[in-house]
Design a protein around this ligand. Structure first.
Ligand code: ASP
Ligand code: MG
Length: 418
């Protein structure tokens, strides 16, 4: 007898028939001898509809009230799910975040879970009843309703699974797992059977939007095995788990890309201590998150500009930020450029970041060299590089994104069964 958490995303509960279908699945899991806790998202499109209503009132709605409004989407599905299970002859009871309770901080629209009181859930399942919990929502110390950010019901599910010590947290969604790369641009993309939390975090933050990033962090912290799978089939999906030796036998697990960044170059800034610190602390003050950073002298610079940091020497500082932050960057960059005596500012929005991710990189030499060779064989110029222990990212011109992804996917043999 196992304790299983099943989370159903918006498309899985998008229509009354789909809710009935999911209710039957939860009952089947229970009939197989398990205790079942169901977490639900709002019906697909509902959260967007609610947020649009708020913005129809005013361009800047109060965030406390946005949460009071947005949380209703999940209240509807939780109640409907309990009704659907009962209609099939099962026992079910729905709970909202504050009824359990899911205690969060007061950062409305992006609250973080602080603690979960699982007593009512445990009492409910002990009596053979399926506990249905509204995802995405919680309550702060003052009793205000909070929400966990878009996609937050994944995090609700994993956090509740951790709190009740569930054997697994199943995330039912509209894709059947996590793929080696985007199947829309690479026909040989393959479903990954098992992936580590670390790799999933890198892939999720790189734009493989299957799970909310925060949910993977919580799963990793508490060691909750997560099974991402489709609610439209019985086929196994992808397990997101702790590091296992079997995961390390291949060097690269997936290829990701991100077209959402912009490259900003400060040309000819003073090359002396404190300059880079100043640039990036000003950007941080404005809440602009920076991804890649390169400080160098351009190859076409006259040699006199390349020096070891003497009093008159100049260097270029390049960074990438999200396109969404570009208006904020443009607001402050002029002032920063002046403060560090930059000779110019350049923007390039026509860039994409292509990355390979894999735990095995730690133990395999030459992975970076192989990546660069694959890109150069396709005639793709690399504009910037960044690395972490388990990830290598290259900045390329946007038009090469698909070509680069396919070449890397094939080059690292990801289309073949491991
Ligand atoms: N309904 C919320 C959203 O659309 C939370 C979720 O679905 O995970 O973002
Ligand atoms: Mg989701």
């Amino acid at each position: 007898m196992a304790l299983i958490v099943q989370k159903f995303g918006g498309t899985s509960v998008g229509t009354p028939d789909r809710i009935k279908n999911v209710a039957a699945r939860a009952l089947a899991t229970q009939a197989a001898g398990n205790d079942v806790v169901v977490i639900v998202s709002a019906m697909s499109g509902e959260t967007n509809r609610l947020l649009k209503l708020a913005s129809d009132m005013t361009s800047l709605p109060d965030s406390r009230e946005i949460d009071a409004l947005a949380a209703t989407g999940e209240q509807v599905t939780a109640a409907l799910m309990a009704i659907a299970i009962q209609a099939l002859g099962g026992k079910a009871r729905s709970f909202l975040g504050h009824q359990l309770k899911v205690l969060t901080d007061s950062a409305f629209t992006k609250a973080r879970i602080k603690a979960i009181d699982a007593t009512r859930v445990m009492e409910t399942i002990a009596s053979g009843t399926i506990a249905v919990v509204a995802g995405f929502q919680g309550v702060d110390e003052e009793g205000n309703i909070t929400t966990l950010g878009r996609g937050g019901s994944d995090t609700s599910a994993v956090a509740i699974a951790a709190a009740i010590g569930a054997a697994a947290c199943e995330i039912y969604t509209d894709v059947d797992g996590v793929y080696t790369t985007d199947p829309n641009i690479c026909k040989t993309a393959r479903k990954i059977e098992r992936i580590s939390y670390e790799e999933m975090l890198e892939l999720a933050s790189l734009g493989a939007k299957v799970l909310q990033i925060r949910s993977v962090e919580v799963a990793m912290k508490y060691g909750v095995p997560v099974h991402v799978r489709s609610s439209f089939s019985d086929a196994p999906g992808t397990w997101v788990v702790g590091e296992e030796s079997s995961l390390e036998s291949i060097s690269v697990t997936g290829v990701a890309y991100d077209k959402g960044e912009v490259r900003v170059m400060l040309v000819g800034v003073d090359d002396k201590p404190g300059v880079v610190a100043h640039i990036f602390s000003r950007l941080a003050d404005e809440n602009i998150s920076v991804d890649m950073i390169i400080q160098n002298a351009p190859s076409d610079a006259p040699m006199s500009r390349v020096s070891a940091g003497g009093p008159d020497s100049k260097t270029d500082v390049t960074f990438t930020a999200t396109k969404a932050d570009l208006p904020k960057v443009k607001q402050v960059i002029g002032e920063i450029a002046e403060q560090v005596s930059a000779l110019g500012i350049r923007y390039d929005e026509d860039i994409a970041k292509v990355s390979i991710v894999g735990l095995g990189m730690r133990s395999h030499a030459g992975v970076a060299a192989k990546m660069f060779k694959i890109l150069s064989d396709e005639g793709i110029n690399i504009q910037a590089i960044s690395t972490s222990e388990i990830k290598i990212s290259c900045l390329v011109a946007t038009k090469y994104t698909e070509l680069a992804v396919r070449a890397l996917h094939d080059g690292f043999g990801l289309g073949n069964k491991p």
